[in-house]
Every structure is written in structure tokens, then in C-alpha cells.
Design a protein around this ligand. Structure first.
Ligand code: GLU
Length: 425
């Protein structure tokens, strides 16, 4: 428990350290620094839900809205025991940098409910999701704050959020409800390709990194932490690049196969096994503590924050870390990696495909258009490549690492917005 506390506090300290570092390198205006170092709104709700057995449980939900200088707050909701105010603050702040770097008309928000969804039935999860949405009330809205999926939350849950939001508004307010949330199923306002957008983006940024370093992804060995939405889609796209998946770790265990694991076959297995990799017969179970030390070229942390730290960074063999998760590398771990010449494709760039896909969904809902998978994939790739180029250019201009460079691009856009519009009153 104590370690868990330390980790959660660590994420907020990490994002603040990363911000301060970039602010110093770029010489950020002192007043704007004060604004961006703080969250705008922090909403905590406690709400009762009837369980299947007739008893009532009271849950705690969070929504932190970090900044909206560029547009409505945007970011996911996660269902995980580690969700608390510090985690929500850290994740909301990362969203501000992510949406700004991607050039989207959004700010940053994040939230969730402190629970382990494995402990609840589908109908309980539906009531939890609906009551949480109701409790958030008008703190969310299509032009106010737009949630999306994150750790352990699904398109089905997004559909429940949209339905609850619509059902609790008066008829005159309902017309434009669908884009109150993104990541919905395709059958109800969702975007073709939103499911794979984050994992696709991870591989687009890895390919851009490989091109930049004049190497290829083909034949490269990689390891993935987390085989949820991001991890499994990234692995499927890495397979198309000819890369070889040698190890996967999730909360259930760590599996390894020297000759490679077929991501499609593993997905078939995990889909029938509550999403868990443990027990997969075509790979060996290995000691979880050895995961980051495994021999490989590429490491894709795609699970939770604070995984690559001062405790394991010196043992990592990969030449590049592609951050599919939010905040997987803490500043101490990153300093060691950079010293050892290991590149880190930072989360706010590497996993930004998800929120870019959300933006496309929001636009599609607003305009009544329906885009094809090809449209989505093509537009996603070009936006990600623009971001990647901006980050590389910024790293050259400021002679700094990719994360600091990405922060500078993101912060500058917000700095300009504040300077142009001023501070009310
Ligand atoms: N939860 C995702 C993230 O961390 C997606 C957020 C969104 O689509 O709004 O970027």
C-alpha cells in the first residue's frame, strides 16, 4: 500500500518536473508558468450504486480539469484502484500537453473511479458508469469537457455515458449530445478506427523514429508491457512492420518466447481469458521482475505510470522506449536512459493517436459526416508525422531530449493563446 501511495504521488511530481524543465529551457513567461503549474478545477464526487445482491456501495469518482485555454477539456476516464486526486491531476496535466502538441482545439482533463472492474458484473458497471455520469452533471458537455476511454474503460461504457447525459437533459438540450464523449462504439456515433488509434499511433511514431535514425523496424525484437487496447493494437501493427514480439507483461504475469509470439494468436487467447496473458501455452512464464531487463531493441510500456525508474533503467537493453502508457518513465529513470543513449518517444507524442482519433470522432459527430477507416488512418498518420517533425525540430533548436522538446512545442501554443487574449478581467 505504501508503495502504491508513493507511485501515485510520483506521477504528479513527474509531470510537474517535466513541465518545469521545459519551462526553464524555453524561458516561459513567469505568469503563464504560474497558471499552467496549477489545475483549473478538481471535481470529486461520491455516489451510491445498487449492487446485484441488493446492497448499496458508495464510490468515489474524480474529474480534474487542468487547462482549457485552447478549447474544452479533453481526456479519458479510468477505472482502477490507483485512481485518486493526485493521479487524476497528473493525467489531466499530461492531456493538456498532449492535445496542444497535436494541434487540437482542446485542453486537458482526466478522471475516473477508484475501483477494480474485475470485481463487478456488467450490469453493476453499467449502473456505476451511469451514476458517475449523472454525478458529474454539467461539469462535462460537448463543448465543456469531453471524456473518452482510458485504462479499463470501454466503448460500451462511453455509449452509456452518452445515453445518460442525453437522457438527463431536457429535450431542447438533447440535439447535440453525441460528442459529449468519444471512443463510442461504431454503431452509436463512434469513429471507424478509434479502437486502434492509440496503438497505430505508437507504431507510426516508432516508424518515424526509425526513419530518422536510418534504421528499420523489420526484424527488430520488441517487448510490450500491457496487452490491453494500446498494447495489443501496437503489437498487431508492429507485426505488419515485420518486428518480433518476444515478451509481454500484464498484471497476470510475464510471458516470453525467444522465437516470437504471434500477437494475433495471443489476442485470441487473451480475449477468451479475461484479457490476461498468463497461461498462454506458446510462451514461457518468466519472473516479472526480469521483464525490463530482457534483451530487445524496442520496449513499449503500454500499461500504467511509473514503471521505468531509477531501479531498472540501468538494466534496460532496448535502444528506444515508445511510451504507449501515460507517464511510464519517471524523471530519475529517464535521466539514466538518456545518459545511456536510449531514446524515449514521450507519451504526449507516442500515444497521442488516441486523442487525435477522438477529435476526428467529435468533428464527425458535430458535422454529421461519416468517415471511412481509410480516411481516419490516413489523417491520423499525417497529423502524427507533423507532430513528430515538430518535436525533432524543437529538440534540435533547443538542444534537448525529445520529451522536453515536445513540452516546449505544446507549452508555446498555450503561451501564445494566453498572450493574445489576456487574463480576465
Ligand atoms: N485516454 C486516452 C489518452 O490518455 C485518450 C483520451 C481521449 O481520447 O480523449 O490519451
Amino acid at each position: 500500500m505504501e508503495t502504491e501511495e508513493k507511485k501515485k504521488k510520483g506521477m504528479y511530481e513527474s509531470v510537474q518536473y517535466q513541465f518545469e524543465t521545459a519551462a526553464n529551457v524555453m524561458g516561459l513567461d513567469e505568469n503563464i508558468r504560474k497558471i499552467l503549474a496549477t489545475t483549473n478545477n478538481e471535481i470529486v464526487v461520491h455516489f451510491p450504486v445498487k449492487m446485484d445482491n441488493g446492497s448499496v456501495e458508495v464510490f468515489t469518482g474524480y474529474r480534474v480539469q487542468h487547462n482549457n485555454a485552447l478549447g474544452p477539456y479533453k481526456g479519458g476516464l479510468r477505472y482502477h484502484p490507483s485512481v485518486d486526486i493526485a493521479a487524476a491531476r497528473a493525467l489531466a496535466t499530461w492531456m493538456t500537453w498532449k492535445t496542444s502538441l497535436a494541434g487540437l482545439p482542446y485542453g486537458g482533463g482526466k478522471g475516473g473511479v477508484q475501483l477494480d472492474p474485475a470485481n463487478y458484473s456488467q450490469s453493476e458497471l453499467e449502473r456505476i458508469t451511469r451514476r458517475f455520469t449523472y454525478s458529474l452533471g454539467d461539469n462535462i458537455g460537448p463543448d465543456i469537457d469531453i471524456p473518452a476511454p482510458d485504462v479499463n474503460t470501454t466503448p460500451q461504457m462511453m455509449a452509456w455515458i452518452a445515453d445518460t447525459y442525453m437522457s438527463t437533459k431536457s429535450p431542447s438540450e438533447r440535439s447535440n449530445f453525441a460528442h459529449v464523449v468519444t471512443g463510442k462504439p461504431v454503431g452509436t456515433g463512434g469513429l471507424e478506427g478509434r479502437d486502434r488509434a492509440t496503438g497505430f499511433g505508437v507504431v507510426v511514431t516508432l516508424q518515424a523514429w526509425a526513419d530518422w535514425k536510418e534504421t528499420s523496424l523489420s526484424g527488430k525484437k520488441y517487448i510490450v508491457q500491457g496487452f490491453g487496447n494500446v498494447g495489443h493494437w501496437a503489437s498487431l501493427f508492429m507485426k505488419e512492420k515485420g518486428a518480433i514480439l518476444t515478451a509481454v507483461q500484464d498484471a497476470s504475469g510475464t510471458i516470453y518466447a525467444e522465437d516470437g509470439i504471434d500477437p494475433q494468436d495471443l489476442l485470441t487467447y487473451t480475449s477468451a481469458n479475461n484479457g490476461r496473458v498468463a497461461g498462454y501455452s506458446k510462451a514461457h512464464a518468466i519472473d516479472p521482475s526480469t521483464f525490463f531487463t530482457l534483451d530487445c531493441d524496442i520496449c513499449i510500456p503500454a500499461a500504467l505510470g511509473d514503471q521505468i525508474t531509477e531501479e531498472n533503467a540501468h538494466l534496460i537493453k532496448a535502444k528506444v522506449i515508445a511510451e504507449g502508457a501515460n507517464g511510464p518513465t519517471n524523471p530519475e529513470g529517464e535521466a539514466i536512459l538518456l545518459k545511456r543513449g536510449i531514446d524515449v518517444i514521450p507519451d504526449i507524442l507516442c500515444n497521442s493517436g488516441g486523442v487525435i482519433g477522438s477529435y476526428f470522432e467529435w468533428l464527425q459527430n458535430k458535422s454529421g459526416e461519416i468517415w471511412t477507416m481509410d480516411d481516419v488512418i490516413g489523417k491520423l498518420e499525417s497529423k502524427l508525422l507533423i507532430s513528430f517533425k515538430k518535436v525533432v525540430a524543437s529538440s534540435v533548436e533547443y538542444k534537448t531530449d525529445l520529451r522536453t522538446a515536445a513540452y516546449i512545442v505544446a507549452i508555446k501554443r498555450i503561451e501564445v493563446a494566453y498572450k493574445l487574449r489576456g487574463i480576465f478581467p
